[in-house]
Design a protein around this ligand. Structure first.
Ligand SMILES: CCCCCCCC/C=C\CCCC(=O)SCCNC(=O)CCNC(=O)[C@H](O)C(C)(C)COP(=O)(O)OP(=O)(O)OC[C@H]1O[C@@H](n2cnc3c(N)ncnc32)[C@H](O)[C@@H]1OP(=O)(O)O
Ligand code: FAD
Length: 649
């Protein structure tokens, strides 16, 4: 163990194990998670970290090898795909496997939208991996605008079949994970046509490849869409269907019937699978940012550079600017951890209502999950990059471990709902509640009260250490944005603009409003979660400092909003900034211990900079020697170099 990290750990003022169990939910949860991880990481197939030295094809092949090992493990240990245990295993693999769409979207869509008969037929096949499916909704021409999707499923009454067709090049399915080479089935989103009338998007189970030799079936043109920023193990694919016939029973009909069409009670119930992933992405944002913070903090405690006082080369973690970069990332990761817990609670509650036939809450769930998905993924993507940059040159090396997180996580601003679109969807719900405050859910209860002007009763740095005053600050900032935007929308329509054009004209203000609302919700949920949790006083002192940092940092980051709302003045902003510096100093002694509490296995981080023992430089050198260029002392391309060296200019 590198001495600096040892010293850092000895200085901690709280019990790391207590925080590990708190973040995991309990000691039993911690034990179970570590047991699952050990099964995974003790398998050499999962220890391959030479992924940047092999080709895309080899990376894909490794992905299938890992899939095989994961599936065998699940079978040996009787771990079901819809279990919490599998979810833990999945995040430990960073869900990079070619078949993960099968688990996170194909099966859930059948489970959520199939009739009992359809579930009896398809779920055993899917859960036993007799078939491998993906979720094929996005097309070359449309990903966001689902009502604009062009794939057609036309009901042929005479044969009791659907004819599924890609009428144009833009109607080709494009992006679905595992579609290119892995999956032999898909749930296809298509416009349902019956008796000459279009009834909108419905989901259809379509076989794409032979179960005998995996060759594409007649009428199916299919393949990989090529290299991307990340998810190199995943064969995101394209699919063109040329009048492929499927049985009537292959349309998922829990909520709608095709023959003599019966519409779903709420047409958006077909969008339910996307909502479930958005809910997961909130917690994933916490995991990704916590992993990046772990790497950056441990490295910053080991990396000594330049001088504060002559003759002393301190760990870069002693620089206040380094603390100002990194400690808010730790705080954000914990804030999003609690937001993810909240999202899962709400999701489970609404899901049980839906299964009882009450669909009213799906709009609220959509409004909340769309906003938090956008807010937490945007923020965590930026946070990972802050962590990487804080590690200087070695942060730029693949040996740092950042690229694996960053390249996969970058996509979260786009997949499962492009973030701007998700913000605007959440805003649509927020402004509806603003106009009808009595219908506002608990997360928007502040809209119910008269918007009386308030001033922040803050006179000293101590006042910005009070959860209630901080929550009020974020509430007033959000209210100020929402009410001024609502006024703008009203004026636009008052002077003759129609509602849609007014919405578009005010959409930048609308974006600011929903982001302010999400920020308020995260702060409030974070602080209320800590208040409800039992913990020792040393740990509560640390967690309080981190939560206060999250809130005060948020005020400083958006000071203009808080001043514009008239709720705060310049003097109070300076009190906030003073508080931030005081909190950085307070957190410094525990920084390494806090990231130790995230409890990431080195084999998950795969980082020469963030390994638990802090043995950075030997790990960097060992990693560099793996470079394919170092297989020989003189590279075979020397022949070109020699000509360059011998050529005359
Ligand atoms: C690295 C570690 C972790 C990695 C983890 C990786 C996991 C995932 C990785 C990859 C998988 C990615 C899979 C995909 O990307 S699948 C495809 C995702 N696609 C989308 O999300 C499409 C986004 N577009 C839409 O959802 C819709 O087009 C829309 C933007 C919502 C608009 O829909 P529409 O035009 O029909 O609706 P309107 O705007 O006219 O009206 C909105 C009303 O509908 C209600 N609504 C909309 N969506 C929903 C929903 N999902 N649930 C419930 N209700 C919904 C909305 O509330 C409005 O209701 P109102 O009452 O106001 O009319
Ligand atoms: C890694 C990855 C994996 C994926 N996996 C799958 C999968 O398994 N299955 C699947 O079906 N799809 C998948 N997708 C596709 C993904 O869901 C879509 O790319 C996503 O929904 C965005 O749609 P789009 O590409 O059409 O973007 P667009 O909507 O075309 O976005 C382009 C720009 O237009 C803006 N814009 C669009 N509409 C509006 C609006 N109404 N108001 C304001 N601005 C707007 C957006 O903000 C954005 O800036 C995946 C994508 C990625 C990157």
């Amino acid at each position: 163990m590198d001495a600096p990290l040892l010293k850092e750990r000895e200085r901690a003022t709280f019990n790391v194990t207590e925080l590990i169990h708190l973040l995991n939910g309990s000691e039993e949860e911690t034990k179970r998670r570590k047991e699952l991880e050990s099964w995974l990481y003790n398998n050499p197939v999962f220890r391959q970290d030479d992924r940047y030295q092999i080709s895309r094809e080899e990376v894909y092949e490794r992905g299938l090898q890992k899939t095989r090992e994961l599936v065998n493990l699940c079978r040996r240990k009787n771990i079901k795909f819809d279990s919490l245990d599998f979810a833990r295993l999945n995040i430990s693999t960073l869900e990079e496997l070619p078949f993960f769409l099968h688990v996170i979207m194909f099966i859930p869509t059948i489970r959520g939208q199939g009739t009992e008969e359809q579930k009896r037929k398809w779920l055993p096949l899917a859960e036993d991996l007799k078939i491998l499916g993906t979720y094929a909704q996005t097309e070359l021409g449309h990903g966001t605008f689902l009502r604009g999707l062009e794939t057609k499923a036309t009901y042929d009454v005479s044969s009791r079949e659907f004819i599924v067709n890609s009428p144009t090049i833009t109607s080709m399915k494009w992006w679905p994970g595992g579609l290119g080479k892995t999956c032999n089935y898909a749930v296809i989103a298509a416009q349902l046509y019956t008796k000459g009338k279009c009834y909108g998007i419905h989901m259809f189970i379509v076989q794409l490849r032979s179960l005998e030799d995996h060759k594409p079936l007649p009428g199916v043109t299919i393949g990989d869409i090529g290299n991307k920023y990340g998810f190199h193990t995943v064969d995101n694919g394209f699919l063109r269907l040329d009048n492929v016939r499927i049985p009537y029973e292959n349309m998922l009909m829990r909520y709608a019937k095709a023959c003599d069409y019966i519409p779903p009670v709420n047409p958006k119930i077909n969008y339910g699978t996307m909502t479930s992933i958005r809910v997961d992405l909130v917690k994933d944002a916490s995991v990704i940012l916590a992993a990046a913070s772990t790497i950056a903090i441990r490295y910053s405690a080991v990396r000594h550079q330049t001088e504060i006082r002559p003759g002393e080369e301190p760990p870069v973690l002693d620089y206040i600017t380094q603390q100002f970069k990194l400690f808010p990332q730790i705080a954000t990761a914990i804030a999003f951890h609690f937001a993810g817990d909240y999202m899962h609670r709400i999701y489970d509650k609404v899901q049980s209502e839906i299964f009882d036939g009450h669909l009213s809450a799906i709009t609220e769930l959509h409004g909340i999950s769309a906003g938090l998905k956008a807010f937490t993924t945007d923020t965590s993507i930026a946070g990972v990059e802050i962590c990487r940059r804080a590690c200087g040159g070695h942060g730029y090396s693949n040996a740092s471990g950042f690229q694996r997180f960053y390249e996969n996580w970058l996509g979260s601003a786009t997949y499962e709902g492009e973030n701007t679109v998700m913000y605007l969807q959440a805003a649509r719900y927020l402004f509806k509640c603003y106009d009808n405050p009595k219908e506002a859910p608990e997360t928007m209860s502040y809209l119910r009260y008269p918007q009386n002007k308030m001033e922040w009763n803050v006179k000293s740095a101590d006042d910005v250490s009070n959860y209630a005053t901080l929550i009020t600050a974020f509430e007033q900032r959000a209210l100020s944005k929402i009410s001024s935007t609502a006024k703008k929308l009203k004026n636009l329509t008052h002077y003759g603009m129609n509602r849609n054009d007014a919405w578009n004209a005010a959409s930048v203000d609308i974006l600011h409003s929903i982001k302010a609302h999400c920020h308020y919700f995260i702060v409030k949920n974070y602080m209320q979660s800590l208040n409800h949790l039992k913990m020792s006083s040393p740990l509560r002192q640390v967690m309080t400092a981190v939560a206060l940092l999250y809130a005060n940092y948020g005020i400083d980051e958006h000071a203009g909003d808080f001043l514009e709302s008239g709720f705060m003045n310049g003097k109070q902003i300076n009190l906030v900034r003073a508080k931030i510096l005081q909190l950085l100093k307070e957190i410094r002694v525990n920084a390494v211990a806090i990231v130790d509490s995230f409890d990431f296995d080195d084999r998950f981080l795969r980082s020469a900079l963030g390994a638990y023992d802090g043995n950075v430089y030997n790990r960097l050198f060992k990693w560099a020697k793996l470079s394919p260029l170092n297989k020989t002392e003189v590279h075979s391309s020397y022949k070109y170099l020699r000509r360059i060296l011998q050529s005359k200019l």
